[in-house]
Design a binder for this molecule. Structure first.
Ligand SMILES: Nc1ncnc2c1ncn2[C@@H]1O[C@H](COP(=O)(O)OP(=O)(O)O)[C@@H](O)[C@H]1O
Ligand SMILES: [Mg+2]
Length: 400
């Protein structure tokens, strides 16, 4: 008894959904036609139209289930937008919904109206003038009562199509739209895994950096200071008897203390090079280039100041790359290019015309570069075929 009203309610609900979808589908058809023709010339506002419509559809989906959250990052430029997965999914939805949504929406109007019209046909067909009475779609003309049962049967078919097809079509439409306009869970999972990995790399890099500082303090400054205290102790003991020896020992102690000071300075500089604060990234890189034994050109075009850690990373990357060029490459020249790109990443390229064959596993320098860069959530690549040239490319978010 109760299944009929339930089925009716479900059908009506689905029809309501499909009619709402019909509305956005017609808009999508308009936007699609515009995008494929004149919209190319005003790509920015066309993108805005697509997004506006997608957001409207998200709101509609939200009324029929869980809220659909729009993407947080939306690139403005056409080229980046076309590479952005969320925008591509929106365009995919637009094309699909413009076609399928219109067809299904049209059927959602036609089928129930035809069902009502054909089922009630016996009640009114005889009132029409001769030759005017025909079933839905005007398929044929009914002249006598013998033709009426066929029309009623057609009405039943329309009703069956509505009751069976509408819920199916509505469910499918919602599912596809949710998949294309909702956030892509796959991408987020990958992103979380990537961030977890780089976070671990950041901690590793941090620990390695602490070890390096500890080692240089231990092997350098600490040893010199120990030597200085030993010599001062000896000098004290010899104070009474041998003034010449005391003088000599104190001189040595002073030398050791000065060396310790110089080494401390070097360690401090290696933690966050003060030249970065004094002269900015561009000045600091020019300084590195000027000190390079292999002739080095620099082209720095960053515009803003990036986060201190990012500038330090770029500085250390270039410093290590130039040291490698000088030590291993046999190159005649090396070019350093640092540029801020439209996506706010800073790209650093160090290219030499040397013999190539650089390989990460063969030392600690390149591995250190990779760790530093990954810790900044950046990317790096090294191309160094045997015979050269060698190109190190590093990309880190500016974080200005
Ligand atoms: N620009 C380069 N040209 C040729 N070979 C290179 C270059 N950079 C690095 N290499 C090679 O790759 C190896 C690894 O470099 P790196 O990790 O910096 O270690 P290290 O400099 O401590 O030897 C080097 O030992 C060297 O053989
Ligand atoms: Mg090296």
């Amino acid at each position: 008894m109760s299944t009929a009203p339930v089925a009716l309610r479900r059908t009506l609900r689905s029809l309501e959904q499909l009619l709402g979808g019909f509305g956005t589908a017609l808009l999508a058809l308009g936007v699609l036609t515009w995008s494929l023709t004149l919209g190319w010339f005003t790509s920015r506002s066309t993108l805005g139209l697509v997004r506006g419509l997608a957001d409207r559809e998200r709101a509609r989906l939200g009324r029929w289930g869980a809220e659909v959250v729009p993407p947080t990052v939306r690139p403005d430029r056409l080229r980046e937008a076309l590479r952005d997965p969320a925008t591509r999914a929106e365009l995919h939805w637009l094309a699909r919904h413009a076609v399928a949504g219109s067809v299904v929406g049209f059927l959602a109007v036609l089928a129930p109206l035809s069902a009502v019209r054909d089922l009630t046909f016996p009640l009114w067909w005889w009132t029409l003038p001769d030759g005017w009475a025909s079933p839905s779609l005007g398929l044929w003309v009914v002249q006598t009562w013998s033709g009426v049962p066929v029309v009623v049967a057609l009405g039943l078919a329309w009703a069956a199509l509505t009751a069976w097809g509408a819920p199916l079509a509505a469910r499918r439409q919602l599912r596809v739209a949710r998949r294309l306009l909702g956030e892509a869970p796959g991408d987020l999972t990958l992103r979380v895994a990537e961030l977890t990995r780089t976070r671990a790399a950041a901690l590793d890099a941090h620990a390695a950096e602490l070890r390096r500082i500890e080692r240089s303090l231990h092997d350098g400054a600490q040893n010199r200071i120990v030597a200085a205290t030993v010599m001062i102790g000896a000098a004290r003991r010899s104070l009474a008897g041998a003034p010449d020896r005391t003088e000599h020992l104190l001189g040595q102690a002073q030398d050791a203390a000065e060396l310790a000071l110089a080494e401390l300075r070097a360690v401090v500089r290696s933690i966050l090079p003060p030249v970065l604060a004094d002269r900015g990234l561009e000045g600091a890189l020019h300084g590195l280039a000027a000190a390079s034994p292999v002739p080095c050109t620099t082209e720095v075009d960053v515009g803003v100041r990036c986060a201190a850690a990012v500038e330090a990373t770029i500085y250390f990357v270039v410093a290590e790359a130039l040291t490698n060029v000088a030590r291993h490459s046999g190159a005649g020249r090396v070019d350093v290019v640092v540029r801020r790109r439209a996506d706010d990443n800073v790209e650093t390229v160090v290219r030499d015309d040397g013999k190539g064959g650089a390989h990460e596993g063969d030392g600690t320098g390149l591995a250190g570069i990779r760790q530093r860069v990954e810790a900044m959530d950046g990317r790096w690549s090294l191309s160094s075929p045997a015979g050269g040239p060698t190109e190190l490319r590093v990309e880190v978010p500016c974080g200005s």
